[in-house]
Design a protein around this ligand. Structure first.
Ligand SMILES: CC(C)(COP(=O)(O)OP(=O)(O)OC[C@H]1O[C@@H](n2cnc3c(N)ncnc32)[C@H](O)[C@@H]1OP(=O)(O)O)[C@@H](O)C(=O)NCCC(=O)NCCS
Length: 178
């Protein structure tokens, strides 16, 4: 796991980690974890991670976070992008969350999603959405626990390594932005 500074909100429970704003200093660890998730085959249609420059350009700087261990190594990350340039959707973002295979099941994704929910709500963003492969039961469970609901399943919406895949659309509508 690649290193970075560790100053931020402590993650509760048994996990010893902090959640900090994701910056260029976390690039190596973030992209390594992205690659590991992609290679497992149920995280995304993408077949390789982007360069740091592309990642940095599309992910909203104020709505991306890294979870770090005590040594400053990246355990996981969450980031959001705008879904549309239209005014009506100004408060709608799409996110991704990835946790290092060795750091799963310890609440890292939950802590990252909490940071994203807090930052987006504070900025007036009312909906966070994502698409999840139905086979990705861990992601569906994590998101349900974080207050996301499944809207429905888009059937054979895209091809992944030549195979048509379904995607479950999920969203969390903020109850505090009315
Ligand atoms: C999905 C992913 C982000 C979950 O990260 P994580 O840090 O292990 O999740 P957490 O430990 O925060 O789990 C939160 C809750 O989700 C549930 N959960 C997590 N993994 C689960 C699994 N494999 N099966 C069932 N439920 C699971 C648990 O109920 C847990 O609640 P608990 O605290 O009561 O135990 C991680 O598996 C991952 O990085 N996968 C590859 C990338 C990916 O698929 N990203 C999502 C793309 S949509």
């Amino acid at each position: 796991m690649a290193g970075g500074g560790a100053q931020g909100d402590a993650v509760g429970g048994a996990l010893s980690a902090v959640v900090v704003p994701l910056t260029a200093m976390h690039a190596e660890g973030v992209l390594e974890i992205y690659r590991a998730g992609i290679e497992e085959g149920n995280a995304t249609f993408e077949t390789s991670p982007p360069s740091w420059e592309v990642f940095d350009a599309v992910k909203l700087p104020e709505h991306r976070f890294a979870a770090l261990d005590e040594a400053g190594a990246v355990l996981g990350w969450v980031a959001a992008s705008r879904v549309s340039g239209r005014c009506a959707y100004a408060g709608v973002v799409e996110h991704s969350v990835y946790v290092h295979p060795a750091a799963r099941g310890r609440g890292v994704a939950s802590a990252l999603l909490k940071a994203l929910i807090d930052s987006t709500e504070a900025a007036g963003i009312w909906t966070i959405q994502s698409g999840v492969f139905p086979e990705n039961t861990a992601s569906l469970a994590v998101h349900e626990r974080a207050g996301f609901r499944a809207i429905g399943t888009r059937e054979r919406i895209g091809r992944h390594h030549g195979v048509w895949r379904d995607v479950v659309l999920i969203e969390r509508r903020s109850p505090s932005i009315i």
